[in-house]
Design a protein. Structure first.
Length: 270
């Protein structure tokens, strides 16, 4: 049998996500102690417990890989590691605290700045989204594809409706069906599955929010970029990204056009 490191990594990430999901669900209705990390970013005992489990389990299995997690102090040795685990123990902590089933566990392997393996798991709904670079994306074992919607009018936009009501846009946005979820990764994989047509945020996001979900969305046929249309490069000294557009190619172009023409005027909204 030919050894396939990427397939081995995908299996490892899926198993780890399942176990991390069990930990999360133990705390789901009672998240325990909650802290504010600053900038109104909460963290719970569950976040830290999952981070500890994932770090020990994944690095124990792949000792040459680097580590980048929202809940771990940054170790710059990741910058010279051949591959790096990029992890968000709980993306959507506010939803988790409120016992809403819209949080995810996000695991990716990054190589040369690109995500090559990704898992986004929603344990409350038992939704396992996975992808390997060049191999397509799946939800619970079934292939998924982005929607083929070509117009913004009446599209399903998973984003904060207030973003589109700003007076600073050069053009008024058409009527869209809007809703949002606290987890950026969950928003992106919902686009990947075709259940929603697009998502947009102009708020800064981080590698751990985007690496796994971005790969899954791309493998499902979405275009994923920053608000100006630039591709993401992960595992740089700075992990911050300026925002996200995630949509099928036609909607992505239409969204990006509106941002570019309004550059410098649109304000941050989730």
């Amino acid at each position: 049998m030919i050894h396939n490191p990427a397939s081995d990594d995908l299996q490892l990430l899926q198993m780890a996500a399942r176990e991390a999901g069990k930990i999360a669900m133990q705390w789901f209705l009672d998240p325990g102690k909650v802290w504010d990390k600053g900038n109104n970013h909460p963290v719970t005992e569950a976040d830290l417990a999952i981070d500890t489990y994932l770090r020990e389990h994944l690095l124990g299995a792949r000792q040459t890989y680097g580590w980048l997690s929202e809940e771990t102090i940054d170790d710059r040795s990741r910058l010279v590691a051949p591959r790096v685990f990029v992890v968000d123990p709980i993306d959507g902590t506010r939803a988790f605290i409120q016992a809403k089933p819209h949080f995810t566990i996000c695991l990716a392997v990054v190589e040369n700045g690109e995500a090559i393996t990704g898992v986004v798991f929603n344990p409350a709904l038992d939704e396992m989204y996975v992808a390997q670079k060049g191999q397509g994306a799946k939800l619970n074992g079934q292939q998924i594809f982005v929607s083929q919607t070509t117009q913004l009018a009446d599209c399903n936009m998973i984003a904060n409706e207030g973003l589109f009501r700003q007076k600073h846009w050069k053009r008024q946005w058409p009527k869209m069906r809007c809703a949002t979820r606290n987890s950026m990764a969950y928003r992106m994989v919902l686009v990947a599955s075709g259940n929603w047509d697009a998502t947009l945020t102009l708020r800064p996001k981080s590698d751990w929010d985007l690496a796994a979900a971005g790969l899954i969305a791309q493998e499902a046929g979405a275009v994923v970029s920053d608000p100006m249309g630039q591709d993401f490069c992960y595992n740089l000294p700075s992990t911050s990204k300026s925002g996200v557009i995630c949509a099928g190619v036609n909607l992505h172009d239409l969204i990006r056009e509106r941002i570019v023409e309004s550059q410098g005027t649109a304000k941050h909204h989730e």
